[in-house]
Each structure stands twice: as structure tokens, then as C-alpha cells.
Design a protein around this ligand. Structure first.
Ligand code: ZN
Ligand code: ZN
Length: 345
């Protein structure tokens, strides 16, 4: 079978590798259908991801596939079903794992970054990480469950959102899906901001996110005033990985409010500790997701409460992985989710 290998930063080649061998009792063989490319893949492609230092890397952490075979002990999926799986490989023995917080396992490796990912025709996953996908969800939608689960987890981290005003900074795929989750969870109003172009805000509106602001045209305080009036906002979620967004959210959130950090920062941002203390803010991290978050993402996609179709802006065949990356770079913020089509629909 074919496998795409990121040999060194900037260089992708294809090689033929043997099919996976006999399955262990809890293993599942997937025929990979779609792989979504995300911002962190591009960081790895450039050798600029903070946690990826060793090459070659087999990428692919947002994916969907068809179950083709299952080990003797597997009960949650059967051959012929659609599925996706979490890319987190955890130890099960460190203190966070033992208390169920395995998303921050102290020995975590993520497939597609340090552990081998799914950029190949067939891929073996274990039952603890698999999530069955209903037939009415397409393989492309199923490849968006991974970023959607980030939205599920970060909005749970923010606490009860009902009746609260929420600002989500960053209009990429993750920011968009966080904003949609905040709406699902009963937030009063949700404002999605970007410091870049209107392209991603137009897509946000197609996804049902009504309140948007382009901070290259309007100041953050003006946007907050326009959307929330005197109510301000009680929760901010940072999904841009940008200094400006951190500064705005921490300075702008209501006293006693909560700011969740989701973005990945190439440079360590400066945080105004004065606001943190004086305003008694809760600033919390959010790391990927857990199994429940995946299952919730599947449910809301299947019920069409999460709108995913407008997020997919381009498609490339598996053989054009490198072209897809070059396209993403050339498009800048005029592109959102690019899908790699490994095996048709
Ligand atoms: Zn990703
Ligand atoms: Zn662990």
C-alpha cells in the first residue's frame, strides 16, 4: 500500500509498504478515505512545530475511513462501517491518565506528529480510540470530527455558557467550530473575530455564526460594544495563537470572567498579569479532547447542528499531498479546510 512520508521539512515522497499484519484482539483496520490538512501540519511541514523535531514524519491526524477488519475483541464497529479515531497514544499509567485526564497524559504522543499518522491507504487503530460514524455523515464530514472535538472540549472547559456572551478569537476551522459549539451550548451571543481577511468570516456566516468582526477594520473594544452593548462578554476563547488576541481577551473580558487558551503559539505571548490579579480572571488551557468530545462532535454533525460543508474549500488527490501544501501556502487565509482524498467517497 502507498504511504506519504514527510522525509524532511519541505519534502514529501511516496513509498510502498506492506499491508498491516494480523490484527490484535482490540485492533481495527481502516481503509483511509479522507484526511484533513490543518495548520499544525503546515508547521510540521516547515520544521516549525514546537514538539516535532524528528523526521521522517507520517502525517495525518484528522481522518475518516471504512472499517475493513476487526480483531476478535472489538465490539463497537463492524466491517463496512464508517469510523474515525482519536490520534492520541497515551500511557494509561501516569497520574493524569489514572484520573481520566488522558488528553494530558505525561507520555502523550500524537499520531501524525511524533507517532505515525494516517497518511497511507490502510491504518490500524485501537478500539479505545475509535468512534463509529453514522451513515448519514459523509467521509469528509467525518474527517472534520477531530477539529470539532476541539470545539467540544474547549467549550466544556469554559464552564456553563448558557446566558453568557462569548468571544472566540480566530476564524480558522477550529475557531469556527468552537463558536458553533458555544452556540449549541446555549451562549447568549457569540462573536467570532479575525485579524485577517473577510474570507473566513463569510464562511462563518454560512455556518450560522451571525456575529463577526474583522479587527483589521474595527477595534476590538468597538466590536464588543457593537455586538454586546453594555453587557460585555464573560468568556473569551483564544483560537488564533496570536499575541493580539491574548491581549484583547484578557483586557476585555468582564471582571471574574474566563479565558480559554486553545491556540498554538509560535512565540510565547506576553500576558498582562495586572489584569489577571486585579480582575480575578480564570485563564485555563484546553488540550485536544477526550473520547466523549469525539462522540459529541459526531452527534452534532449527524444532527446537522454543526455545519461543516462551508469549511471545506479545496480537495486534492492523495498523490498531490505536496501540491496541497503549496496551495495552502499560496492561498494564505483565503483557504480553510483542504481535504486529501485518499480513496474516493
Ligand atoms: Zn489538526
Ligand atoms: Zn499517561
Amino acid at each position: 500500500m502507498k504511504q506519504a512520508v514527510l522525509e524532511t521539512p519541505g519534502k514529501i515522497s511516496f513509498r510502498d509498504i506492506p499491508m498491516p499484519g494480523e490484527l490484535k484482539p482490540a485492533e481495527i483496520l481502516l481503509r483511509i478515505k479522507k484526511i484533513g490538512v490543518c495548520g499544525s501540519d503546515i508547521h510540521v511541514f516547515h520544521g516549525k512545530h514546537p514538539f516535532v523535531t524528528k523526521y521522517p514524519v507520517i502525517q495525518g491526524h484528522e481522518y475518516s475511513g471504512e472499517v475493513v477488519a476487526v480483531g476478535d475483541a472489538v465490539t463497537v464497529v463492524k466491517p463496512g462501517m464508517k469510523a474515525t479515531a482519536r490520534p492520541q497514544v497515551v500511557c494509561g499509567q501516569c497520574p493524569p491518565c489514572l484520573r481520566g485526564q488522558y488528553n494530558v497524559c505525561q507520555n502523550l504522543t500524537v499520531q501524525g506528529f511524533v507517532a505515525n499518522g494516517s497518511a497511507q491507504e490502510y491504518f490500524v487503530v485501537t478500539e479505545d480510540r475509535i468512534v463509529a460514524v453514522p451513515d448519514n455523515v459523509t467521509y469528509e464530514q467525518a474527517a472534520l470530527i477531530e477539529p470539532a472535538a476541539v470545539g467540544a472540549h474547549s467549550t466544556i472547559r469554559a464552564g456553563d455558557l448558557s446566558g453568557k456572551n462569548v468571544v472566540v478569537a480566530g476564524a480558522g476551522t477550529i475557531g469556527n467550530l468552537i463558536a458553533q459549539f458555544a452556540i449549541i451550548r446555549g451562549a447568549k451571543k457569540v462573536l467570532l473575530t479575525t485579524a485577517k481577511s473577510d474570507f473566513r468570516l463569510d464562511i462563518a456566516q454560512q455556518c450560522g455564526i451571525k456575529e463577526i468582526a474583522n479587527l483589521s477594520k474595527e477595534s476590538f473594544p468597538d466590536a464588543v460594544k457593537r455586538v454586546f452593548g453594555d453587557e460585555g462578554f464573560q468568556v473569551g476563547i483564544e483560537a488564533a495563537g496570536a499575541q493580539g488576541a491574548v491581549t484583547d481577551l484578557i483586557a476585555g473580558v468582564e471582571n471574574g470572567g474566563t479565558v480559554i487558551i486553545v491556540g498554538v503559539f509560535e512565540e510565547n505571548p506576553v500576558v498582562n498579569m495586572g489584569f489577571l490579579g486585579e480582575h480575578e480572571l480564570n485563564v485555563l488551557g484546553s488540550m485536544m479532547y477526550k473520547q466523549d468530545d469525539y462522540e459529541e462532535a459526531v452527534k452534532f454533525i449527524a444532527e446537522e447542528k454543526l455545519i461543516t460543508a462551508p469549511l471545506i474549500t479545496s480537495r486534492f488527490p492523495f498523490s498531490q499531498y505536496l501540491e496541497a501544501y503549496h496551495f495552502i501556502e499560496a492561498q494564505g487565509d483565503k483557504s480553510l479546510k483542504v481535504m486529501i482524498d485518499v480513496a474516493g467517497n
